[in-house]
Design a protein around this ligand. Structure first.
Ligand code: PMP
Length: 750
């Protein structure tokens, strides 16, 4: 092909030259050397109308007036034509060669970025009043304005993580960018100022090539695109692009509205870039140029959502020398809190956080801070997960009713949920909270057995209803509690670290199970416990314990209830339900928290016999339980757990963390015990290895210090001596490493 093209150049342009193939996205590009020096670039394009090249030519002429910069110019052939057909299917154009280095190839410093900003602004200013019907009517998928169209393409993305991030960008674009669009400036822009199109001489920008993406769009998109590429490969992507914004603003002043959406426009451009490269690679696996930014773009996307959008906006505003948007005072919250609420509602941390927004494992609060959420297991598949958000939005706009009617969502959800259970557990009641579920579970057990007494777990917690408190030793046995009622029997917690029988006792399970023997002479309706006792300090039950207890309870005519509110839905990694770790089959299972990813959703799953016995004439009805919106959200949560392989991910990260926490334990005597599985851990702090004195104040101090380092954790256990770790399931290995590092740094100072 090269030989043929060289002949073509000779016959049509009268140029004696040698060609070298260059890379390109759509066009075929060749460097044209005359006397061994680069003089032109030959471009062969397919499927682009000549009229578009004419439009480009008009733009080149306008830009030619910018004396300090170089832009492409069409070189006419021997007959004065700027364009030529080549081989029937191509249009050939010869452009002047612009010297300099691509900014992708040089270190990006302040002065280069400032020069880049000024250059872009000069170009945009020059084109600001130029109109061209063809450019204005042309559809360009790379135009950020067309980002919403990406929605139709993301279903083809097979990487669930990437798909999730792009989907999130789409949801945020609708929410944050769309409402501002009517007030924004529009003009023709270059629309692809990426670092392989922009040329510099030293620290000064000298020109730009490739006007193939010209678009009539929101002027700010020009800057947003440049920012996207300049933010890549940087530790602090927001700070990295400030000189670019500043330089641009000095020449073509930005509007506050434009700056207010810049964060989301950058996310949108990343979304477009990643989708396009994914899809092009799928179609054309050999195309090297396509993936040129892919790795850096996906890394930036990860980094981007760890940045509070408010922090980004404020930094961008500073670059424009505008005042910050203004911090909200926490004092106002404290006053209203006191005015409207009882002190029985507690707050986390010495200085409570004002929360603004959250994405996946990140929470944005206290005006401009980002916190890694290491404790909110309710947000199971991640905060604001786009599939869950949209499932709710969609169904809310279609139908919301109750279980007194037939509708697909209810049975669909029931079928999907029950699929995760052993066959014997085949009936479900939907409610709106873990508390409502545990309340109902007790009713079901009492109704089935026609008995009242219950064996509950020491430090167990099951809910805030009257029954919930009655069965939660953590509450009735704790501060303000009035002790166990007559019919409630408390099984000592089988804590193999702090309890009476220790881990190394070969009969530890038998001994703890034996503790319930005295209660079996009562008419026991049920034994209820969590498979890992959360409020007890994340206590895993010793191997064989639950099996023995279930046998004893059943022999005595009782039922077995397991509370999976904290531990269910794959969190423990090895199994979908934590009870499965112990090889037991409960009669009744309580579900809540993660089930709706923050939407109030709870359920009781039980055996056929228990459900049938409940058909005693008294109707069971929950106004909200099982409504179509809740069901669609529940289905979306299950779908995401599967598509993102979150259970396996919990297992992998959990194993890694177990190693890391154990190595911390070797180095820090404050750590007495590390226990957990998957993404459910307890780190017990002690101040004396011999007496196991609980390090309560150190634990409190630790979570407050970790908060200031950007990690949200909580304490629990009988002395609030245990650090609880139970993050959204998308918590990454990188998050794990930085959290461990923070622990490592802090522990010696406590
Ligand atoms: N069971 C357990 C094990 C829980 O942790 C909780 C809540 N912390 C509940 C039940 C009650 O759930 P909810 O707060 O949704 O009523």
């Amino acid at each position: 092909m090269i030989r043929k093209l060289e002949k073509f150049l000779n016959s049509v342009y009268g140029i004696e030259a040698s060609l070298i193939k260059l890379s390109g996205y759509d066009d075929l590009n060749f460097l044209v050397k005359v006397d061994h020096k680069p003089v032109y670039v030959l471009k062969l394009s397919q499927g682009v109308p000549i009229a578009f090249f004419e439009a480009q030519q008009k733009i080149f002429r306008i830009l030619d007036n910018l004396d300090d910069y170089l832009f492409p110019r069409n070189v006419a052939d021997k007959d004065g034509n700027p364009f030529h057909r080549y081989d029937d299917s191509y249009i050939a154009r010869l452009l002047n060669y612009i010297p300099g280095k691509f900014i992708a190839e040089i270190p990006k410093n302040k002065s280069l970025l400032d020069s880049f900003g000024r250059f872009l602004a000069r170009m945009d200013k020059a084109l600001f009043d130029h109109h061209d019907p063809l450019v204005e009517s042309r559809y360009n998928p790379w135009d950020i304005r067309n980002f919403p169209e990406i929605r139709n393409k993301i279903t083809q993305i097979s990487d669930p993580h990437l798909k999730k991030l792009i989907h999130y960008c789409l949801v945020q674009y609708d929410l944050k960018v769309k409402p501002e669009l009517p007030d924004l400036r529009r003009s023709i822009i270059h629309n692809d100022a990426n670092d392989w199109n922009v040329l510099a001489d030293g620290e000064k920008i000298i020109g730009i090539i490739d006007f193939g993406d010209l678009a009539y769009t929101y002027t700010i998109n020009e800057l947003a695109i440049a920012c996207t590429y300049m933010a890549m490969d940087s530790k602090d992507p927001v700070s990295a692009i400030l000189p670019l914004i500043q330089g641009y603003h000095q020449v073509l002043p930005l509007m506050e509205k434009e700056i207010s959406i810049l964060y989301y426009l950058i996310a949108a451009r990343l979304g477009i870039s990643l989708t396009m490269s994914f899809l092009t690679k799928k179609k054309d696996p050999g195309n090297q140029y396509v993936g040129i930014h892919e790795e850096m773009a996906s890394h930036l996307m990860e980094q981007w959502f760890a940045i509070h959008p408010q922090r980004a906006e404020d930094c961008f505003r500073q670059a424009c020398e505008w005042a910050s948007t203004g911090k909200r005072e926490t004092a106002g919250f404290a006053v209203k809190r006191k005015k409207f609420f009882s002190k029985a509602l507690s707050l986390s941390y010495e200085r409570p956080i004002v929360m603004d927004k959250a994405a996946f494992q990140y929470m944005y609060g206290d005006y401009d801070k980002t916190f890694v959420d290491c404790v909110n297991n309710i947000m199971h598949v991640g905060h604001a997960h786009p599939e869950v958000v949209e499932a709710g939005q969609r169904q809310m706009a279609i139908l919301n009713t109750n279980t007194r009617y037939y509708y697909d969502s209810l049975s669909n959800y029931a079928e999907k949920l029950l699929d995760y259970f052993p066959k014997k557990l085949n009936k479900v009641f939907f409610v709106n909270s873990g508390s409502a579920a545990s309340d109902l579970a007790v009713r079901l057990a009492r109704n089935y057995t026609q008995r009242k007494d219950l064996i509950v777990m020491e430090y167990g917690y099951h809910g805030n209803t009257t029954t919930g408190i009655e069965i939660s030793h953590y509450k009735f046995g704790g501060k303000g509690g009035s002790g166990a009622e007559k019919h409630i029997h408390v099984a000592p917690i089988p804590d193999t670290y702090r309890g009476r029988y220790k881990e190394d006792d070969p009969e530890v399970a038998e001994k703890y199970a034996g503790d319930i023997d005295p209660f079996l002479s009562h008419k026991i309706a049920a034994f209820i416990c969590e498979p890992i006792v959360g409020c007890g300090g994340q206590i895993l039950l010793p191997d064989g314990y639950l099996k023995l207890v279930y046998e004893k309870v059943r022999r005595a005519g009782g039922t077995c209830i397991v509370d999976e509110v904290q531990t269910g839905f794959g969190r423990v990694g090895s199994h979908f339900w934590a009870f499965e770790m112990y090889d037991v089959l409960p009669d009744i299972v309580i579900l809540g928290k993660p089930m709706g990813n923050g939407h109030p959703l709870g359920a009781v799953v039980c055996t056929e016999e228990i459900a049938t016995a409940f058909e005693n004439g008294m109707e069971f009805f929950s106004s909200f339980g099982g409504n179509p919106v809740s069901c669609e959200i529940g289905i979306a949560v299950l779908k995401v757990i599967e598509s993102e392989r979150l259970q396996a991910h919990a297992g992998e990260i959990g194993n890694f963390l177990l190693e890391q926490f154990n190595s911390l334990k070797k180095r820090h005597s404050l750590i007495g015990d590390v226990r957990g599985t998957g993404l459910f851990f307890g780190i017990e702090l002690i101040s004396d290895q011999n007496t196991l004195t609980p390090a309560t104040s150190q634990a409190y101090h630790l979570i407050n210090e970790m908060k200031s380092l950007g990690f949200l954790l909580s304490t629990d256990g009988p002395y609030n001596q245990v650090i609880k770790f139970k993050p959204p399931m998308c918590f990454s290995k990188k998050n794990a490493l930085s959290m461990i590092q923070a622990f490592d740094n802090l522990l010696p100072s406590l």
